[in-house]
Design a protein around this ligand. Structure first.
Ligand code: COA
Ligand code: NAP
Length: 273
């Protein structure tokens, strides 16, 4: 990774940080000298992620909880500050669930599972976090998605949940600003080699169409998102709060809308087989 920041002495907690984009963010902060804690449901994934962060030379730890369980989240935050021995400087909240499905094919429980993880999970994480955040100085980053502002077939549940996440971001930027806490969302574009991309672009044909639709001509990597998190949490981002920041090679400006109906058509074909 070419960009460099100095986060030595900083405590970073990445919720949902054991794979994909969020693990990439945790790795970024580990490389930049921070003490890093990660959390997700699977203890195996937590252990593997912690081992990966330690390989980078970071002091790292992890804890397992489901963001749908408010009490477990509260306990997870206590474990985090025990490990850090002080307040949290940077909080990244990115746990999410997604599967492509049309509304008519989803049960109430299917819709609820995504809304509970993405939106209620964000509320639980924010509520548990506040007392443990550095005041002043903390940087909070919610990981959103283009679905928050671009309607997408097969994604009504995710669109609604992520739109809610961004309004939580913007509201808390107001409520927590006086504490000296900045709250922002990062909106990753299509990021290669991730679970989310594999679920939404499940065939090479769909992946190629998506890649071609990105104005700068490539899918992103997890390090592109880590660098944006580094910027927002560094002194360079000291006056940035309440922002919903697409990091997507321009995709949400043009490419997304041009490829959306094509993706839906290819998905229709795939689902019919
Ligand atoms: N189409 C329609 N409904 C689906 C579905 C699909 N492709 N996949 C799951 N569901 C439904 C299930 O049938 C269930 O509903 P039901 O009880 O009425 O049958 C409901 O969703 C919950 O599924 P379950 O597997 O019990 O939930 P879970 O809590 O174990 O997992 C998910 C949550 C479904 C979001 C799962 O995909 C997950 O864990 N995702 C995390 C990883 C991920 O999505 N990464 C990408 C992030 S962008
Ligand atoms: P991923 O690898 O599946 O990451 C999801 C993470 O959240 C995992 O660590 C997972 O670990 C954890 N998680 C899921 N459900 C949880 C729950 N209920 N409680 C606690 N942790 C939970 O997916 P990804 O594609 O990298 O996506 C990461 C984030 O980026 C998501 O917020 C997603 O919406 C966003 N995003 C992704 C893309 C993309 O191109 N991939 C684009 C835009 C936005 P466990 O399974 O152990 O719980």
């Amino acid at each position: 990774m070419s960009a460099t920041f100095d986060f030595s002495g900083k405590n970073v907690f990445v919720v949902g940080g054991t794979s994909g984009i969020n693990f990439g963010i945790a790795q970024g902060f580990a490389r930049w000298g921070a003490k890093v804690m990660v959390a997700s449901r699977s203890t195996d994934k937590v252990e593997a992620a912690v081992a990966g962060l330690r390989e980078l030379g970071a002091e790292a730890s992890g804890t397992a909880f489901d963001v749908r369980d408010a009490e477990a989240v509260t306990e997870g935050f206590k474990a985090a500050v025990d490990f850090f021995g002080g307040p949290i400087d940077i909080l990244v909240s990115g746990a999410a669930g997604n599967f492509p499905a049309k509304l008519n094919d989803m049960s109430a429980n299917a819709i609820r599972s995504v809304v509970d993880i993405d939106l209620m999970g964000t509320f639980h994480v924010m509520k548990a976090a506040h007392e443990h955040l550095a005041k002043p100085g903390a940087s909070v980053i919610n990981i959103s998605a283009p679905q928050a502002f671009l309607p997408m077939s097969y994604q009504a549940h995710v669109c609604a949940a992520k739109a809610g996440v961004d309004m939580v971001t913007r509201s808390l930027a107001l409520e927590w600003g006086r504490d000296g806490i900045r709250v922002n969302s990062i909106v990753p574009g299509p990021i290669a080699d991730t679970e989310g991309m594999d679920r939404l672009a499940p065939t090479p044909e769909i992946k190629e169409a998506v890649t071609k639709s990105v104005p700068i001509g490539r899918m992103g990597g997890v390090d592109d998102i880590a660098k944006a998190a580094g910027y927002l949490s560094s002194d360079a981002g000291a006056y940035v709060s309440g922002v919903v920041l697409p990091v997507d090679g321009g995709w949400s400006q043009a490419g997304a809308t041009s490829v959306m109906s094509k993706m839906a058509h290819m998905m229709d074909k795939m689902m019919a087989n």
